[in-house]
Design a protein around this ligand. Structure first.
Ligand SMILES: Nc1ncnc2c1ncn2[C@@H]1O[C@H](COP(=O)(O)OP(=O)(O)OP(=O)(O)O)[C@@H](O)[C@H]1O
Length: 453
């Protein structure tokens, strides 16, 4: 058992101990208040910063430091500052007792930041790098990173590139996507693009889905390749299939996957080659440029009709060749990282120039729903993987043409799987009756025709 004995050998009583403690805590509170009154918080931060700075600079003779600031007289904004701030925001952890938090218009979710005086220890290729955000009176904040001198080259060449690349990826991740609708010259309409479609929610053949994702990822990673072979860094996809098979949904899934903005070009109102060129030039890098239902404007797509022949103001005055030349020619000199998507319900009537190899890199057939596709829809809408009605639905889907859109509409009618799937069975049976009736009528017609012969 512990005993308290004073220097004089006198053992203090409990009441003495309590009164000592009370007077000690009152004195310390008083001193703390006086300190707060006399030393303002900003001064305290300043002194602590200075001490940390001195400690960091003198931490070891084999250490060296880089400063990342924005006071370069003859240069514009130092991009490394923004990149470092975002890079470090991902490294902030429980060891950081004070953290800045913000929400910014162009970013999804919250953003965290380092507070002056706080440090972060990062590791790159086994090298320890210590970061400190420093606030100096009258100057902007700057970053100081300290590491062993022998790694100077790796830090300069590889570490900073790693930070810039990570920053670029993080920016893409946090980006709020935009949908631009362009009808001719001018900025057009711009809204936030919040389409929920992703490759996961797309009801389509799994192998096709994987091959599209692989193609997009390959495109993203081949910047140097395109440069080396002297080709424009762009890719074209032609999506074709009946209405309601998910062409628009697939474009949204591609945009969400790539984190690209979407430009929806409405070509119906474009009056001249120049207007078309301006419209295309007005689109930004890292975007998907969409022309939907290209089969709907036959005049536009017929390459035999020369634009100058049109006198009627209501008829579009450019041809498919103009569009294709714009895409091929324009971006070979001034654009990069663009995806072009054309959609059609009738591939068979498209101008062969568009279908020529090299024009649209990938032709994607969006087909009627398959049994595999239906499982994805059931999982999306009802959150179920199995159900006794699935077998019957599979058999019916195999023998009728039904779009994912029609099935999705049926699945939305109820949250109860029995009810929603019952509706799907009724829809498919109805489609089977329609199909049988059509086949009977067709057979009768053929019989009649052969009788007449
Ligand atoms: N393959 C699919 N996977 C998941 N949902 C789909 C799919 N196809 C259609 N849908 C659903 O049906 C709706 C309509 O589909 P969407 O507009 O993408 O079809 P579309 O082929 O572009 O039609 P259109 O040719 O008429 O423009 C979508 O919002 C989505 O809910």
């Amino acid at each position: 058992m512990a005993t308290f004995i004073s220097r004089s050998g006198f053992i203090p009583s409990t009441s003495h101990l309590i009164s000592y403690y009370a007077s000690f805590s009152t004195t310390s509170m008083l001193l703390r208040n006086v300190y707060r009154e006399v030393v303002p918080q900003k001064l305290e931060e300043y002194v602590l910063n200075k001490l940390r700075f001195l400690f960091f600079s003198k931490v070891s003779p084999s250490c060296c430091s880089f400063i990342i600031d924005d006071s370069w007289e003859f240069f514009d904004h130092n991009e490394l500052i923004e990149a470092a701030a975002m890079y470090l925001s991902n490294k902030i952890g429980v060891q950081n007792k004070k953290v800045r938090v913000g929400k910014f218009r162009k970013e999804q979710g919250l953003t965290t930041g380092l507070v002056p005086g706080e440090e972060i220890v990062d590791e790159f290729k086994g090298i320890k790098v210590t970061w400190l955000l420093v606030r100096e009176k009258g100057n902007d904040n700057y970053f100081m990173l300290t590491f062993e001198e022998e790694h100077r080259d790796v830090i300069l060449k590889d570490y900073f590139n790693h930070i810039l690349d990570t920053h670029e990826n993080m920016k893409q991740e946090k980006k709020v996507l935009k949908l631009f609708t362009k009808r001719g010259r001018g900025p057009g309409q711009k809204i936030n693009f919040n389409h929920p479609s992703t490759f996961e929610t797309m009801a389509m053949d799994n192998d096709l889905k994987k091959s599209i994702i692989a193609d997009l990822d390959k495109f993203l990673s081949r910047k140097d390749f395109y440069r080396r072979v002297g080709k424009t860094w762009k890719r074209g996809y032609l999506l074709y299939g009946p209405p309601g098979t998910g062409k628009s949904s697939l474009i949204a899934a591609m945009a969400n996957h790539l984190k690209y903005n979407v430009y929806n070009l409405e070509l119906g109102n474009v009056r001249s080659d120049i207007e078309l060129r301006d419209m295309l030039l007005d689109t930004a890098d890292k975007s998907i440029i969409v022309v939907e239902d290209i089969d709907c404007n036959q005049e536009v797509w017929n390459r035999d009709v020369k634009s100058s022949n049109f006198s009627d103001y209501n008829i579009p005055k450019f041809t498919l060749s103009t569009l294709l030349n714009c895409i091929d020619g324009l971006w070979s000199v001034c654009g990069e990282e663009r995806i072009f998507v054309f959609t059609t319900n009738h591939k068979e009537i498209l101008d062969p120039a568009l279908l020529r190899p090299g024009r649209m890199d990938m032709h994607i057939h969006m087909s009627y729903c398959t049994t595999q596709g239906f499982r994805i829809l059931a999982s999306n809408y009802l959150e179920i993987k199995e159900h006794p009605l699935f077998e019957q639905i599979d058999d019916l889907i195999k023998c009728v043409d039904v779009t994912p859109a029609a099935l999705a509409e049926e699945l939305m009618r109820s949250d109860l799987p029995d009810v929603a799937l019952g509706g799907v069975v009724d829809l498919l049976k109805q489609k089977r009756i329609e199909r049988d009736t059509k086949e009977v009528e067709k057979a009768k017609k053929m019989e009649k025709e052969s009788d007449q012969k």
